[in-house]
Design a protein around this ligand. Structure first.
Ligand code: SF4
Length: 532
C-alpha cells in the first residue's frame, strides 16, 4: 500500500497514514465543509482547554465555508465523524477566532434539516423523495432531450463558490462535456463590477491589500459594507487599527448598521448617490491641495494628455524580437489619425531633425534607425517641441520635448509639471478630473446625497491628515447598476491621496464567499484561466 507521509504545523513529529485512509477521512470532512485548504491530520489529541475541553479527535486544518474572510478552522474528527470545529489560532487572518457562522459550521454536516436525498416535484406544489438512480436517469434523459431539440447552449450550469475546488472542477467538466460554455457561479453577480473597475485601474480585479494589513491604516473608510455583521472576524483588523494607530473609522451607508454604530463619522447618504459623495470629497481635497503631488506625477496618468474626445493620447512601442524591428501603434482607436511632429535640439545643442510620424490606426514598422530617433524624444534634457496633430495637420496638443517612458508605453506626457501647471493645461488628465468634479461643491453634494456639507468637508480633511487611508467595500457597492463607476471613484480618491501601493492603504473589495477565486480558477465561468 502506498504510504503518504505528512506533517502538520500544530502537532510535533512525523506520522504516517495510508493514502486510502487519508482520502477516506478527508472525504468525511469534505462531505459537508469546504476544505479547499485542508493540510492534513495529526494524531488523536484531547482538547484540554478553551472551548469544549475533553473533546478528542484527529485535527484537520481547513477554511470556513462561509464568508470571504476565510478563517482558518481546526476540525476534530473521531471515528470518521466530525466531533468539533474551532478557530485555528495559527491562522494569521483569524488568529483562532470564528464568528457565530463559522462556529455553527458543523451543522452543514449534521443538521437534521440538511437535504440528503433527491426529491421530485409532484405537480401540486409538493415534493416526493426519489432514489438517486432514478434522479440521475431522469435528469440525464431530460438534458439529452433538450440538447437534441435545442442544442447544448439551451442549458446553463450554475455552480457554487461555497464548494471546493474539486467539486467546482467537476461541475464545469459536466457542462463542457455536455457541450456548452454556459457556466456560472456567484462571482459574476457578486464582484463583477470590482473586476470591471479595479482591473483596468491597477491591472488586477481584487483587493489591493490584505486583511492583516488593515491594521496599518490610520483611517478606515467603509462604504457599501456592513463588515461588522458580514465579515465579522475581518473587522478585528479595523479595531486593531483603531487601538494601535488611533485610526478613524468613517462609514457611509444609507442604512444605519452595526458597522455604522462603530464609526467616528457616519454619513447616511441617499441610495445611489455614492459617486456624488466621493466627488465632493475629491473636490475638497483638490481645492485644499491635500493631494499627493509627487505621487500623482510619478505613479498616475494625471500628467498625460487627452485628445479632443477626452481619450488618453498614448503611443505604444514594442519590440518584435523575431525580426528585430519595432512596432509602433496608437494606444486606442481614437488616436487613429494623429501625427507626432518633433522639432528641437538635443542636450548637446544639436538639431533634432524634423520628423513626422503618422499613426494611421494600423500597426506599422519602424526601422532601427528610426527607433534611434524615437529614443531621442524620450530624452528629458532635449529642448524643443513635440506637436500632436490631427489628420488635417491641426494641432491637438503641444508638449515639451521629453516624452516620459512608462514600460513600453510612450505616453504623450505633459512634462515634469506641478499639479497647478497640470490643472492650467486643459489637455491633461488632471485638468479633466478637476473639470468633471467642479460641480460637486459641498452645498451641491449635500443637496444630492443628504449628507451635511460640514461632514463632507470634515471627512475630506480626516482623509488628508490621517494617511494611510484604506477603503473597504462590498456588495452595497458592487450590486448597483453603476457599481463599476462607484469603484472607479474610490480609485480616483485613493490615487489623489497617494494611498495605493502602500501598507495600510488600498481599495479592499471584500468578497462574499470563501472560494470565489478557486471556483473561477477551476473554470466555473465562460473562460478558462491561462494555466488550466
Ligand atoms: S468571519 Fe467569515 S470566514 Fe470567519 S468564521 Fe465568520 S463566516 Fe467564517
Amino acid at each position: 500500500m502506498e504510504k503518504l507521509k505528512t506533517k502538520t504545523e500544530s502537532i510535533e513529529g512525523d506520522f504516517e497514514i495510508t493514502r486510502r485512509n487519508f482520502l477516506k477521512i478527508g472525504g468525511a470532512v469534505t462531505a459537508g465543509i469546504a476544505v479547499s485548504n485542508t493540510v492534513g491530520a495529526g494524531e488523536t489529541k484531547t482538547k484540554e482547554s478553551g472551548t469544549s475541553p475533553g473533546i478528542e479527535g484527529k485535527i484537520f486544518h481547513s477554511v470556513c465555508p462561509y464568508c470571504a474572510v476565510g478563517c482558518g478552522m481546526k476540525i476534530y474528527v473521531k471515528d470518521n465523524k466530525v466531533v468539533h470545529i474551532e478557530g485555528d489560532e495559527e491562522n494569521p487572518i483569524n488568529r483562532g477566532s470564528l464568528c457565530s457562522k463559522g462556529n455553527a459550521a458543523i451543522q452543514q454536516i449534521y443538521n437534521d434539516f440538511r437535504v440528503k436525498e433527491p426529491s421530485k416535484k409532484t405537480g401540486n406544489g409538493h415534493w416526493e423523495k426519489i432514489l438517486w438512480n432514478d434522479a440521475y436517469n431522469e435528469i440525464s434523459e431530460k438534458l439529452k432531450a433538450i440538447r437534441t431539440k435545442y442544442g447544448p447552449d439551451a442549458v446553463g450550469f450554475y455552480g457554487c463558490s461555497h464548494a471546493t475546488n474539486e467539486e467546482d472542477y467537476l461541475i464545469q467538466k459536466i457542462a463542457r462535456i455536455f457541450g456548452t460554455n454556459n457556466i456560472e457561479h456567484q462571482a459574476r453577480k457578486c464582484h463583477a463590477s470590482t473586476v470591471g473597475a479595479l482591473a483596468p485601474s491597477f491591472g488586477r480585479g481584487a483587493m489591493t491589500n490584505h486583511w492583516v494589513d488593515i491594521k496599518n491604516a490610520k483611517c478606515v473608510f467603509i462604504i457599501g459594507s456592513n463588515i461588522v455583521e458580514n465579515h465579522p472576524v475581518g473587522f478585528q483588523w479595523v479595531t486593531e487599527a483603531r487601538e494601535k494607530n488611533e485610526a478613524k473609522i468613517i462609514v457611509a451607508d444609507p442604512r444605519y448598521t452595526k458597522t455604522a454604530n462603530m464609526s467616528d463619522i457616519y454619513m447616511q447618504h441617499r441610495p445611489g448617490t455614492d459617486i456624488a459623495l466621493i466627488n465632493g470629497i475629491c473636490k475638497e481635497i483638490i481645492e485644499n491641495k491635500w493631494y499627493d503631488e509627487i505621487y500623482l506625477m510619478n505613479r498616475t496618468n494625471t500628467p498625460f494628455l487627452l485628445n479632443n474626445e477626452g481619450k488618453l493620447i498614448e503611443i505604444k512601442i514594442s519590440a518584435l524580437p523575431e525580426n528585430k524591428k519595432l512596432k509602433i501603434r496608437s494606444g486606442s482607436d481614437n488616436d487613429k489619425a494623429i501625427k507626432i511632429k518633433i522639432t528641437g535640439k538635443d542636450e548637446n545643442g544639436k538639431d533634432i531633425p524634423f520628423e513626422e510620424i503618422s499613426l494611421d490606426g494600423k500597426n506599422f514598422v519602424l526601422s532601427k534607425n528610426k527607433f534611434s530617433f524615437v529614443s531621442k524624444i524620450e530624452n528629458e534634457k532635449a529642448s524643443g517641441e513635440v506637436e500632436i496633430l490631427d489628420e488635417q495637420d491641426k494641432e491637438i496638443s503641444k508638449i515639451p520635448a521629453g516624452v516620459k517612458v512608462y514600460g513600453d508605453c510612450y505616453g504623450a506626457y505633459a512634462g515634469v509639471w506641478t499639479a497647478e501647471e497640470m490643472k492650467a493645461n486643459k489637455d491633461t488628465v488632471f485638468s479633466k478630473l478637476v473639470e468633471v468634479i467642479s460641480p460637486y461643491t459641498p452645498e451641491e453634494v449635500e443637496k444630492i446625497t443628504g449628507v451635511e456639507k460640514e461632514t463632507i468637508k470634515q471627512t475630506a480633511e480626516i482623509f488628508a491628515k490621517n494617511k494611510p487611508v484604506t477603503i473597504l467595500y462590498s456588495m452595497g457597492t458592487t450590486q448597483h447598476t453603476t457599481g463599476v463607476q462607484y469603484i472607479r471613484s474610490y480609485v480616483v480618491l485613493q490615487l489623489l491621496l497617494g494611498n495605493i501601493g502602500i501598507p495600510g492603504g488600498g481599495i479592499n473589495a471584500m468578497r462574499g464567499i470563501s472560494n470565489v477565486q478557486g471556483a473561477t480558477d477551476m473554470g466555473l465561468c465562460h473562460i478558462l484561466p491561462a494555466n488550466f
